[in-house]
Design a protein around this ligand. Sequence first.
Ligand SMILES: [Zn+2]
Length: 506
Amino acid sequence: MKVLENYKDGFKRFLEIQEEMKNIGDAQGVLYWDMVTIMPPKGVERRSDVIGYLSQLMYKLETGEEYNSLVYSLHEHFEEMNDKEKAMIKAAKKSLDFMKKIPEEEYLEYSKLVASGETYWAQAREKNDYESFKPILEKIVFFNKKIAGYMGYEETPYDALLDLYEPGATVKELDNVFSELREGLLKLLNKINASDVKIDSSILKGEYSNEAQKKYNTELAKRLGYDFERGAIAESAHPFSTNFGNKDVRITTAYSKEDPIIAMYSTIHETGHAIYEQNIPDDITKTNIGGGVSMGIHESQSRYYENILGRDEKFVEAEYPNMVEAFEGLKEFAPVDVFRAINKVEPSLIRIDADELTYSLHIIIRYELEKMMINGEVSFDELPELWANKYEEYLGVRPETFAAGVLQDVHWSGGMIGYFPSYALGNLYGAQMLYKGILRDLPDYYDLIKEGKISEITKWLAENVHSHGGTYEPKVLIEKITGEPLNAKYFLQYLNEKYSKIYNLK
Ligand SMILES: [Zn+2]
């Protein structure tokens, strides 16, 4: 290792290589975007080759001697650095440690396994055939256990996996937060199930052309503060957002002919992710902290826009005239009926169709099962049965097929174990930011929503969340913003207040 006299010189070189890595990453991103939006189907083979080639270039650059030696030498100067520099070096070292600790052949074997995992999963789900996917899942879990071992952990292997998606999160912490959450959600769900109020959500359905939906969603994203000079919306089978720096941040959406509300809320969700990326400051956009800090904090933004803001009564009232202009069938119904229909609670089998309340229960089930798989506490033969039992216990519904049960999500097939908790964490972070940040600093919050001044709220999020990029770990960031560590109290308070009104709860 080279000893640096003055770390600033080394840091300059480090930033140059970071930019090279971003260049490759952005090129891959554009190719991927093109692939899932407009590429003709037969282009897939050639495209995979090109993306694969760029991955090799990236790997060479990152594992190259110069960059390695720089990162580890710079790490020696950690204490002299400012917060942003510290975060960059920490993230760079974490990524290098990851590559060094896992033996190359094992890493390659695992990469191949997860690259083909999705295809096997899709076939298995299509045929409702758990047996064909079981050996793949078993291997993926086996590798994840090994990865956890290589990475190291203090208490339990699952900690190491959580850390890949939500830096600093631990089972101990999540067990506490999620058990409070689970109890609170089940209590509220029981009350709602016993309520006399019945909501008809079929009023939201109607036949609307892609064109009409596209026009509406574009205007909607604008109203939320999405900057179209630095953004674009396209269509893809599964909606997502992607970005090439902070000045080209794109989203996709998928339109359902019979239900315009699906695309509407998926657009709001992806817009939330995109606004985060558009507000990353110029000085870090070409570095490894030039993006959202974690999956959980990213979801806190998309879910804030989608649910806390987007399903708020005042928001729906303000949006109503625009909605009826685009979707005229809604004219027959009052804004309050639309608001209630959008907020209907109904336990169901499929996570991605779940309402705002039961969604977190779907996540808790996956969290509990993932821990058991990693700890070897459940056999892969028993997994579907256990899945079904948990659905029956928490949600009162039982899947009759594997496709509607254990095979419904793509995540495990891509090796993502430890990722699901991010979604529930996003809900908790968002509500905590609302009560302990937004409402504190913007006392006229609900008037802003009523008057359509969403940009004021977006400005608050930009200053308090987005502008930091990946500078602070989620734990540090949430305390910085709200003055207290993450807890489930505020999300439960939020849901209780909202649904007590909608369902007339005592
Ligand atoms: Zn999301």
